[in-house]
Write a protein that binds this ligand. Structure first.
Ligand SMILES: [Zn+2]
Ligand SMILES: [Zn+2]
Length: 309
C-alpha cells in the first residue's frame, strides 16, 4: 500500500507541475523574443491586440495552460498529462520537443523525466491540446517512501527544460523552482465497512470508507476492477463504483462498489466452495478516476470474507 502512496504522491506532483511548467515555457523571455518576429512585435506594441493586463506581451495575452486530464499507469510508472493551450499569435507554433527533469530540491534527486509525446502544431489563434508524458523510476518511488515519509509537501525544481518550437531549440538555463507541492506518501488503504448481498441479482454492494490525506478534495467518478476468487484465481466478475463521491480535503467519506458475479462464477462456487458462506476476493486491474486523472493501480487488493448470503 505504501507503493500506492508513492505513486499517488508522484502523480500529484506531475499533474500540478504540468500547467506550471507550461507557464514557465510561456513566460520565458527568450522564447517570446525568439518566436516573435521583430516587425510583429512592433505591431503588437501598437496596442492593437486584445487582452492586456500584466500577463500580456505587447497586448497579446498568454492564457495559462489548462489541465485537461491525465492517464497514469502505476505499473509502467508513466503518466500522460493533457494540457490545453491557446496560441495567441497569428501564425502557427510547431512544437517539436519538450523535455525536462523533475528534481527534489532537498536531496537534488531526479524524480522523473517529462517529454512531449509527439510533435504538435498549435494553430494560430486557436486552442489545442498537448500531451506530455512523464516517467518516474523505482528509485524515485523509493526516494519518496524513504526520504519524504509523512511530509505534507515537497519543493521541486524543473531542470534542463528544453523546448523545440518552429525549428528553434530553447533551453532554460536556471532551474525553475516550484515550492510546496502538496503530497502525501502515507495513504491509508480504503477500509472495508460492510456489504449487502443480493442473491436474486447475483450482486454484492461493498461499502468502504476512505480518509483523504491531501489538502484538497478528491472527486472520484469511477472505479473498476476485476474480482477473482483469492484461492483459485478464478474470475468472478466486474466491480465498479455505484455513484460518484467527493472525499473532502483531510476528511473521510464512504463509497460503494457493486460487484456482480457471473453464472460461471456460481458454478465455480458450487464445485470448489460448496456450502461456503463467505469468500476471500482478490481485486486486480484496479482503475480509479480521480480529479480528472485515470489511475491504473499496480498490484491487487484482497478483501477477506465477503459474505455470500
Ligand atoms: Zn528528496
Ligand atoms: Zn475458488
Amino acid at each position: 500500500m505504501n507503493a500506492l502512496g508513492a505513486v499517488l504522491a508522484i502523480l500529484n506532483i506531475l499533474t500540478i507541475l504540468g500547467p506550471i511548467a507550461g507557464v514557465a515555457i510561456v513566460y520565458q523571455s527568450n522564447l517570446q523574443e525568439t518566436i516573435i518576429p521583430p516587425q510583429l512585435q512592433e505591431i503588437m506594441n501598437g496596442g492593437n491586440g486584445g487582452g492586456g493586463g500584466t500577463d500580456s506581451l505587447g497586448g497579446l495575452s498568454f492564457g495559462q495552460p489548462q489541465f485537461v486530464s491525465a492517464v497514469a499507469n502505476g505499473a509502467e510508472r508513466l503518466v500522460t498529462i493533457i494540457l490545453n493551450f491557446t496560441n495567441p499569435f497569428n501564425y502557427d507554433l510547431d512544437l517539436n520537443s519538450v523535455s525536462a527533469d523533475i528534481v527534489c530540491q532537498e536531496h537534488n534527486f531526479v524524480l522523473g523525466h517529462a517529454n512531449l509525446i509527439q510533435s504538435t502544431t498549435l494553430k494560430a489563434n486557436q486552442t489545442s491540446n498537448l500531451s506530455i508524458v512523464c516517467q518516474w523510476s523505482v528509485d524515485a518511488e523509493n526516494h519518496f517512501l524513504n526520504g519524504h515519509t509523512a511530509e505534507p509537501s515537497i519543493d521541486v525544481n524543473i531542470v534542463g527544460l528544453t523546448i523545440g518550437v518552429n525549428d528553434i531549440t530553447i533551453q532554460l538555463k536556471e532551474p525553475y523552482a516550484i515550492p510546496n507541492l502538496p503530497i502525501s506518501t502515507n495513504i491509508p488503504p480504503p477500509k472495508y465497512v460492510s456489504s449487502i448481498t443480493n442473491l436474486a441479482s447475483r450482486s454484492v454492494t461493498l461499502t468502504f470508507s476512505f480518509a483523504n490525506p491531501f489538502p484538497y478534495d478528491l472527486n472520484i467518478d469511477a472505479v473498476s476492477a476485476n474480482a477473482e476468487c483469492l484461492t483459485h484465481g478464478y474470475p468472478l466478475g466486474q466491480a465498479s463504483l455505484i455513484s460518484p463521491v467527493t472525499i473532502p480535503a483531510l476528511g473521510s467519506s464512504n463509497f460503494q462498489i457493486l460487484f456482480s458475479w457471473s453464472q460461471s462464477a456460481e458454478d465455480h462456487m458450487s464445485i470448489e466452495h460448496p456450502g461456503a458462506t463467505s469468500l476471500d476476493v482478490n481485486l486486480d486491474g484496479l482503475t480509479v478516476n480521480v480529479n480528472g486523472m485515470q489511475i491504473h493501480v499496480p498490484g491487487s487488493y484482497q478483501i477477506p470474507s465477503v459474505p455470500l448470503g
